[in-house]
Design a binder for this molecule. Sequence first.
Ligand SMILES: CC(C)(COP(=O)(O)OP(=O)(O)OC[C@H]1O[C@@H](n2cnc3c(N)ncnc32)[C@H](O)[C@@H]1OP(=O)(O)O)[C@@H](O)C(=O)NCCC(=O)NCCS
Length: 187
Amino acid sequence: MRPTVLLETDRLLLRDWIDADAAPFAVLNSDPRVMEFFPKALSRAESDALMARERAAIAERGYGLYAVEERDSGRFVGFTGLAPVRFAAAFTPAIEIGWRLSRESWGHGYATEAARAVLDEALGPLGIPALVSFTAAWNRPSRRVMEKIGMTRDAEGDFLHPALHPGHKLAPHVLYRIAAAGRPDVS
Ligand SMILES: CC(C)(COP(=O)(O)OP(=O)(O)OC[C@H]1O[C@@H](n2cnc3c(N)ncnc32)[C@H](O)[C@@H]1OP(=O)(O)O)[C@@H](O)C(=O)NCCC(=O)NCCS
């Protein structure tokens, strides 16, 4: 059975998760290059739990971190989507836009292409007034995606990630924002 496609771009499908995603998702979550800016890579059980959580979130609230598939090949390449921020900070409650792609899928513009579609859906039909995105300050590739999709750095929002020791090299995080108000009307 084909999964439900939630969003389509020129080269990608953003869709519901399927059981067959679990293996390639575990591979990317265990790749130290993909997980360089996270405290640790994920075990198979942690990867499966993340997939299950997002599958349930999409079913329950209609959005979440979507599985991303390359249209030409049918290959699973990672996720892009929306998630309520799961910790308390000066900028929460808030909904985050985020992405994680397999190493082989970097350098094609896929993260930016998928994120643009998610952003338009979130600030448009889903009626979410504003989104945030954040990452370890050193994560240049992710910050570049934020900038390319039109998000603005809120330097006053920079924070130390509460799940990390304040002295951890990944603790300093940068905050980016975008609001529906003031965006060009694309309808
Ligand atoms: C963050 C991440 C998704 C970025 O992936 P990426 O492939 O570098 O990002 P993009 O989709 O923007 O593609 C970047 C490059 O593809 C290249 N490219 C090739 N073909 C392209 C095309 N048709 N259109 C656009 N860009 C293209 C461009 O050179 C572009 O680089 P540039 O912005 O310097 O010009 C990836 O590094 C990743 O998964 N990292 C690990 C997980 C992570 O850190 N997630 C974020 C946590 S907050």
